[in-house]
Design a protein around this ligand. Sequence first.
Ligand code: HEM
Ligand code: HEM
Ligand code: HEM
Ligand SMILES: *[C@@H]1O[C@H](CO)[C@@H](O)[C@H](O)[C@H]1NC(C)=O
Ligand SMILES: *[C@@H]1O[C@H](CO)[C@@H](O)[C@H](O)[C@H]1NC(C)=O
Ligand SMILES: *[C@@H]1O[C@H](CO)[C@@H](O)[C@H](O)[C@H]1NC(C)=O
Length: 408
Amino acid sequence: MQRLFAPAVLSAFTYSTLSAASTVSYCPTTNVCYQVGVPEASASSGSGDIYLQLQAPTSYTWVALGTGSQMSGANIFVMYADGTGNVTVSPRKGTGHTEPKHQTTTSLQVLAGSGVIDNGQTMVANVKCANCESWDGGSLTLTSSSANFIAAWKKGSAVNSKSLEASISMHDNHDQFTFDLTKATLADDTNPFVEASSGGSGESNTTTPNGSSGSGSGSGSSSGSTTPAWVREIPTIESAHGILMSIVMVVLYPLGSILMPLFGSWVLHAVWQIGSFLAMWAAFALGVILAQRTGYNFTENHTILGTVVVALFGVQPIGGYLHHLYYVKNQRRGLVSYGHIWYGRILIVLGIINGGLGLKLAGAAQSLVIAYAVVAAVIFVAYMGAAVLGEVKRNRRAGPGRARKSSA
Ligand code: HEM
Ligand code: HEM
Ligand code: HEM
Ligand SMILES: *[C@@H]1O[C@H](CO)[C@@H](O)[C@H](O)[C@H]1NC(C)=O
Ligand SMILES: *[C@@H]1O[C@H](CO)[C@@H](O)[C@H](O)[C@H]1NC(C)=O
Ligand SMILES: *[C@@H]1O[C@H](CO)[C@@H](O)[C@H](O)[C@H]1NC(C)=O
């Protein structure tokens, strides 16, 4: 709600009061962006507050900015998701080519506008540093036209920790660059990022636009529109994979299995399940593309379990057919029948669980997770009911038959 208001109100506000303000920004890789602003007061006294922004897609497990020219001796700020929709920014001391360890001397404050935004797709940290002009290992001249900075980033699942000491593993890549801080002057000593946390589009260390009009498209924080998260995601591969795979595992396979005890028509069951089976492979192909694009590859529980489940489903139609042949011949269930039935039931349950892991991996909205769980629970209960009904029917048929046989 506030976010709908913010752009209009704040652009009018900035236009009149902050027109002298600008920050410098740089995106070393797609959508991983950094901004720095130095209040006039700090620049003239050579010490005091400076403002930093780190921004990255949530497909990154951590991203970091540092002052200095290499890891060793740098003052490093590492951002990661805190697990509650916000971010943790941990000040760390660079000691060499090893994990920088948390230090308590640098005073960082996470400010408004920080958090996991854009429907869980982007992490933003707006940070005030009260004493970044010097640290144990080096110093930063707040008026330098070529201040040394370093950056590093790593893809992977969310750290989800509020601890400043969370352990991180080595970057996928890093960069060394300079910022012209003379172009980063802020008129006031206030958070400069709240009105338009632009980024994602800028490719160089140019100064950002004045914030009035113009930059409209890139403003990453104006996400809180009225459209629900899942509707806005519909055109993406992520949703196509998630929706199709969930429909197969949560709706189509269980319904196809219910058809069997309910109608006792193996043809109906077989046709339905093979249709679902083909849809599953289409969704699998989308999942593989997603896994490559996001860089998750086969390192996540969701992608590993998903691949195993899909592969194991591969033999299920054959098992069904073998059961059918056995049944036609023997008019009763054999080992192959119980194999087909229980193998199918277990894989369906694993597939449903894996959908939950997928939602977690994608950082899906709470409402979507609840909807998924409710639909899965309803179908599960219906399935149990149909299965019990089927057994009762079978026993009614089998009961007198057996009695007749034994009495004969
Ligand atoms: C577990 C954490 C980390 C480990 C194990 C690690 C390890 C390394 C290693 C082995 C190198 C040299 C090889 C190469 O260039 O790839 C390197 C370079 C570099 N790393 Fe890290 N790093 C870590 C975290 C960080 C962080 C948080 C930053 C933050 C900005 C960073 C920034 C850099 C930069 C700028 C370089 C190139 C300059 C240099 O050699 O110091 N690293 N790192
Ligand atoms: C991916 C494809 C398939 C899946 C996931 C699947 C799954 C299942 C499941 C879970 C059951 C147990 C139903 C219950 O709980 O009562 C079942 C039963 C059965 N399936 Fe399949 N099935 C598939 C393909 C086939 C095919 C291709 C055939 C036949 C050619 C077939 C024939 C049967 C028969 C005859 C039963 C009844 C077994 C009985 O109640 O004695 N299935 N299937
Ligand atoms: C049992 C099978 C599977 C089910 C039920 C399933 C379901 C889901 C669901 C519901 C989502 C969330 C989508 C969203 O929130 O928009 C998702 C995401 C995802 N799935 Fe699957 N999936 C399955 C198998 C796989 C497989 C086999 C792979 C890859 C090898 C895969 C890769 C992914 C990836 C990479 C994401 C998105 C992560 C992101 O964009 O943040 N999934 N899946
Ligand atoms: C994250 O924390 C900061 C500082 O407490 C706060 O100002 C900001 O509103 C929080 N963001 C979210 C999305 O909760
Ligand atoms: C910053 O801009 C200057 C001049 O345009 C350029 O030479 C320098 O390479 C840029 N630095 C980065 C990190 O892009
Ligand atoms: C920023 O404001 C100045 C002065 O109002 C103007 O000359 C300049 O064109 C503006 N730049 C952008 C990118 O809007």
